[in-house]
Design a protein around this ligand. Structure first.
Ligand code: SF4
Ligand code: SF4
Length: 90
């Protein structure tokens, strides 16, 4: 699964959010992303709240680990290395 490893480094750029929505829908849409980032790029808050949708009861698409792509897009495109892949036993 994808783990939020380093939320303090997040700038709120939303690249991961839009990359994820592109994976799911081929469109850029915050509401069609598995990732929700609650931090504005203009905010002075240090830590972002980042939620990855993993359950059916959300309006958002569930993270499928970018199964049709070579590598998870959120990891590929986050400039701050906020995410990492977590194995089950970690
Ligand atoms: S791995 Fe893919 S589907 Fe899952 S949160 Fe990252 S970009 Fe979205
Ligand atoms: S791409 Fe990285 S820095 Fe940008 S909002 Fe997503 S987690 Fe934060």
């Amino acid at each position: 699964m994808i783990k939020v490893e380093n939320p303090e480094a997040c700038t709120g750029c939303l690249i991961c959010v839009l990359a994820c929505s592109f994976h799911h829908t081929r469109k850029y849409s915050r509401s069609q992303s598995s990732i929700e980032v609650n931090k504005s790029i203009f905010s002075e808050e240090k830590k972002a709240e980042i939620v990855i949708c993993r359950k059916e009861d959300s309006m958002r698409p569930i993270c499928d680990m970018c199964k049709e792509d070579d590598f998870p897009l959120c990891i590929q495109f986050c400039p701050e290395n906020v995410f990492k892949v977590k194995r089950r036993q970690e």
